[in-house]
Design a protein around this ligand. Structure first.
Ligand code: HEM
Length: 393
């Protein structure tokens, strides 16, 4: 059985051939080292994400006493709830988003993307090369989500470090040779600082409401812990994936210079969808069976987990023509990069806007951009992305 090793650097460099082998053998496979079966076809991943017998059932990180803040953030987050609490929180967040925050931010996002690409160009002019990840991909989404939520300095600068430390907990333990103790302690420390900062922010907005999303959530009357959990989710979900779509996407374009040339004049919207499909920033999501059920014929007993491998679904030849080719003009593109069903990504319009703004600024200000050296990859499987992406022009 060609199951993959999520810690193997060769696999991480290009996981898609391993996924293709698995897909050819069947839609769902047991994966002993991940500890859950994995769905690899588009149809099985869709069924899993839509399944009413499966849910996101939060289990506290153990020992719970060592993870008080990490567990508080997640137990109260909209993403980790189901049923009535999920519905109520999602309605509050969707209501806040629908009040036009994304549209209000659009010119500001475009201006910011332009300034960051100017910084990239200045770096190239001065040193012959610059880094897309640190100068553009990591900077843009953090600034945007912090602006949307009204997070002031110095918390704004601390946000990326907290978020990076917390999301390492989502990686399978197998990818950490040290057993993860240092990583887990750092995640809890970051969570505690994050909780304290968000409580203060919420309290401030209760007394001084503003134009931001936290003020809207306070006005919607959700309880204090739910507000902290949901604001933390927005701040993390709101940037981790977007950083990696910009990084993975720019790398894909630079490895396919003919596509970069096409994008000089092609519409941006299909290109954004294609970059999310071609090398998805979020590779895996889990669900727990609420009752005995099955996914594509694979039994999933009540209380057990199963994972959707979004990266594998994204290259399924049953759904996508020439799935391993990058085609920024792809017309039929029902990718699952934003999920599906009741947890479908609430930030998709904002993410699309940010990625389009970054691409637009790059194609107009750095049309001759090229790889300056091999990029360095983050050693993570679930959150797929780059540490550095050196470019020249
Ligand atoms: C390109 C960037 C992004 C990608 C690929 C992405 C992907 C996803 C996916 C796959 C899910 C579903 C998880 C599941 O089913 O278990 C999700 C949920 C979510 N995303 Fe995003 N996301 C992105 C950007 C954003 C942004 C910018 C925000 C907020 C401003 C955001 C907020 C959320 C929220 C709140 C949920 C939970 C919805 C719920 O549980 O009902 N995301 N996202």
């Amino acid at each position: 059985m060609p199951v993959f090793d999520p810690a193997d650097v060769g696999f991480l460099a290009d996981p898609y051939p391993a996924f293709a082998l698995l897909r050819a053998l069947g839609p769902v496979h047991d994966h002993p080292s991940l500890g859950t079966p994995v769905a690899v076809s588009h149809a099985a991943c869709s069924a899993l994400l839509r399944g009413r017998d499966l849910g996101r059932i939060w289990a506290d990180a153990e020992p719970a006493a060592d993870f008080a803040a990490f567990n508080l953030l997640h137990r109260n987050s909209l993403l980790e709830r189901e049923g009535e609490p999920h519905h109520r929180l999602r309605a509050a967040v969707a209501g806040a988003f629908n009040r036009g925050h994304t549209a209000r931010l659009e010119p500001w996002v475009r201006g910011l993307a332009g300034r960051l690409v100017d910084d990239l160009a200045s770096g190239i002019a001065a040193d012959g090369r610059s880094d897309v990840i640190s100068v553009l991909a990591a900077a843009l989404p953090v600034e945007v989500i912090a602006e949307l939520l009204g997070v002031p300095e110095p918390e704004r600068s601390a946000l990326r470090g907290w978020s990076n430390a917390i999301v390492t907990m989502y990686e399978p333990a197998v990818s950490d040779p040290a057993g993860g103790d240092v990583r887990r302690a750092a995640a809890e420390r970051a969570s505690a600082e994050f909780v304290a900062a968000l409580r203060e922010l919420a309290e401030h907005r209760r007394r001084h409401p503003g134009e931001d999303l936290v003020s809207d959530l306070v006005a919607a009357g959700i309880d204090a812990d739910e507000l902290v959990g949901t604001a933390a989710l927005l701040l993390m979900a709101g940037h981790e994936a977007t950083v990696n779509v910009i990084g993975n996407g720019v790398l894909a374009l630079l490895r396919h210079p003919a596509q970069w040339e096409v994008l000089a004049t092609a519409p941006l919207a299909p290109a954004v969808e294609e970059l999310i499909r071609y090398d998805p920033p979020l590779q895996l999501f889990e669900r727990t069976a609420v009752v005995d059920t099955e996914v594509a014929g694979h039994p999933v007993p009540a209380g057990t987990r199963i994972a959707a491998l979004l990266g594998a679904a994204a290259h399924d030849p049953q759904v996508f023509e020439r799935p391993d080719e990058l085609d920024v003009t792809r017309a039929h593109n029902p990718h699952l990069g934003f999920g599906l069903g009741v947890h479908y990504c609430l930030g998709a319009p904002l993410a699309r806007l940010e990625v389009a703004a970054a691409l637009d600024a790059l194609r107009t200000r750095l049309p001759g951009m090229a790889l300056a050296a091999e990029p360095e990859r983050r050693p993570d499987f679930v959150m797929r992305g780059l540490r550095t992406l050196p470019v020249t022009a």
